[in-house]
Ligand binder design. Structure first.
Ligand code: SF4
Length: 203
């Protein structure tokens, strides 16, 4: 767990680290640079050593740990970004037939005063995983926010409707980096039967 400079959350936790690039928006991946730095530090070398190569680039391997990181969350209500050093819906996630994702959502229920945010560039895999969890457990926790990152109009046209098809109580869009003009007006008018709100977080 770590305090963070990310403006829209108070804490970050990373039960999984590692990723690979899937979008023009990944070209200057901050998490990759961080992982390359942490791979050289003695305390974190084991965790990060395999997820970046000797040139500091993602290998596509993920390093996973149990969810005990939740136990160290502060008592005061806070917003927690889960997965700042990965994309939690990466295809290489060893999800144990969906049990990891299921446990992740389940643990959010233990902290009803916290808000948990998960951001992906792979909303098709997020939707698949979430649909499975809902089939097992019913609705997602009310304190869970799901988001997508888009960097251009093409990605916005593809990923925002996909996000809106996921029945989370809270959903958000991160535009970062913005590689061209993006018109989000069509989705600002979108009403989802459960939440009715789409919040855009522009960074
Ligand atoms: S999806 Fe996110 S973490 Fe993964 S390479 Fe792209 S920017 Fe980096």
């Amino acid at each position: 767990m770590a305090n963070t400079k990310i403006e829209w959350c108070d804490e970050t936790i990373n039960p999984v680290v590692g990723c690979s690039k899937c979008s023009p928006g990944c070209d200057n991946c901050y998490a990759e640079r961080q992982a390359a730095r942490l791979a050289k530090m003695s305390k974190t070398a084991v965790r990060y050593g395999g997820v970046v190569n000797n040139r500091g680039r993602w290998t596509g391997k993920l390093s996973q740990m149990d969810l005990s990181v939740f136990d160290r969350l502060p008592q005061r209500p806070c917003s927690v970004f889960i997965g700042s050093m990965t994309d939690l819906f990466h295809p290489n996630l060893d999800d144990d037939d969906g049990q990891l994702t299921r446990s992740l959502f389940s643990r959010m229920n233990e902290y009803p005063d916290h808000s948990f945010l998960i951001l992906t560039k792979r909303p098709h895999l997020m939707r698949q995983a979430v649909e499975w969890v809902i089939a097992q457990d019913g609705e997602l926790p009310p304190n869970c926010w799901l988001g997508v990152t888009v960097c251009n109009q093409e990605e916005a046209d593809d990923k925002i409707p996909m996000l809106l098809s996921i029945p989370a109580v809270g959903r958000f869009v991160s535009i970062e980096p913005m590689l061209g003009g993006i018109n989000v007006a069509p989705w600002l008018r979108c009403k989802h039967p459960k939440s009715g709100v789409l919040i855009l977080m522009l960074t």
